[in-house]
Ligand binder design. Structure first.
Ligand code: GRF
Length: 203
């Protein structure tokens, strides 16, 4: 499957997806890396690794429509099957999600449905949680809300700070995302999934 990664920042999850894609038998390849910030370190990393990168003009709320039109064009040109959000800090518009229904996944640093949105580790520590973690989920119009495809639990240690927790959860994220994406694209290949897509397109 041809996968596009959308990111806004450092791109460590993009790197985890990319390096896993270089292993034998990985059912996906990264055919595009792009995002809303042309100077994101993750784009430079993808480029250095030889992955096609498209630098869209920096996202500005007033030019939102242009941004998503340019993004859609880049995705079409790269003949992308699925989109993997990896630290992409924008909420996708409903019509964009509709068009890609069932073909967008995201990684989130909490055990969903707990702690949707930002500052997940601060909130987990404040709540006194003994276990935190990360989730990969399908993207729907509701923020961090689509069906959960996979999770890894991470223990909270005495003295953990939001930063120390984030660092350990990130190790788990890097394990979770490539495997879950691989399973997701395999699922997408089943006759049932193809039929569902045809039906969706006809609606
Ligand atoms: C990760 O913690 C991810 O779960 C969240 O944003 C962060 C992105 O980090 N959505 P990176 O850019 O992949 O290093």
């Amino acid at each position: 499957a041809r996968v596009a990664v959308l990111l806004s920042g450092r791109g460590s999850n993009m790197a985890a997806l990319l390096y896993a894609a270089r292993l034998p038998d990985c059912p996906y390849e990264l055919t595009l890396v792009t995002g809303d910030k042309p100077d994101a370190p993750g784009l430079a990393l993808a480029e250095a690794e030889g992955v096609p990168v498209v630098r869209l003009p920096a996202y500005k709320p007033k030019d939102k429509t242009d941004f998503y039109a340019a993004l859609s064009e880049a995705l079409d040109r790269a003949r992308v099957d699925c989109i993997a959000l990896a630290g992409f800090m924008r909420i996708l518009p409903a019509d964009f999600i509709d068009r890609w229904a069932g073909r967008i996944v995201n990684i989130h640093p909490s055990l969903l449905p707990k702690y949707k949105g930002l500052d997940t580790h601060e909130r987990a520590l404040e709540a006194g949680d003994a276990v935190v973690g990360c989730s990969v989920h399908e993207v729907t119009a509701e923020l961090d809300d689509g069906p959960v495809l996979g999770q890894i639990e991470v223990a909270v240690l005495p003295g953990d700070t939001p930063e120390s927790l984030a660092a350990r959860v990130l190790i788990a994220e890097h394990q979770l995302y490539p495997r879950t994406l691989a399973a997701f694209v395999m699922r997408e290949r089943t006759p049932e999934a193809k039929l569902a897509r045809v039906r969706q397109a006809a609606m």
